[in-house]
Design a protein around this ligand. Sequence first.
Ligand code: KIV
Ligand code: NA
Length: 253
Amino acid sequence: MKKRGEKIVSLTAYDASFAHILDKTGVEMVLVGDSLGMVVQGQSSTVPVTVEEMAYHSKIVSRGLERALLVTDLPFMSYPDPHTAVDNAAILMQQGYANMVKLEGGQKILDSVQHIVDQGIPVCGHLGLLPQSVNQLGGYRVQGKDDTQANIMIEDAKCLEQAGASAIVVECIPSSLAKRITASVSIPIIGIGAGVECDGQVLVSYDMLDITAGKRPNFSKDFMLEAGNVSAAVNAYVEAVKNKTFPAEEHSF
Ligand code: KIV
Ligand code: NA
């Protein structure tokens, strides 16, 4: 799809009913994000989420899917070293029926990425805003704004590709940097708050349906407003990503 210039559509799901709607609407990549800690569990960050919780939600999401690729997050502290990373990736694959696991970071976690890939488990990277590191970052802010940060991120993407990653999510970075990253690797770059020039887009489903408690991130869009029901809202999002009308300038940095 990257080679063909066809946009890849992704959304998060946390249960079978939502997963079924996304699957039948043509969402190609369904992500069981550790964002479930915030939007499902009502916690203030993703930090408290456990491997067992991720495996449970991944398992119930898998029952709603027929076509979509199921990607499941390795949560905070589940990949502190390559061996622990492989053990926990195995739990998400065997108990969560995931097709791919996602973990946050670049060059610092390359050993873990390589070990997981070596076991036959596909890996999705995650660069830019890393919510599991929010306590270090001091908040949810745009990342990669200066040249040094930007160049490190491009190098991170190349290293992840080299280590065997199959895709990379880039979160909350300037559109210009996302464009450079997308051009720097041959694996698909899936953006969230990263502009329209990525190979695909992902959003937290609860944000784009406007059912998240509190403030929705300003890179998201309420697709429920005009659509009126969940299937129609998901369909409008799929169409908007495919024809490159989402994200617009107002959803980008
Ligand atoms: O946890 C999540 O929902 C994610 C997406 C925002 C990419 O990691
Ligand atoms: Na996540």
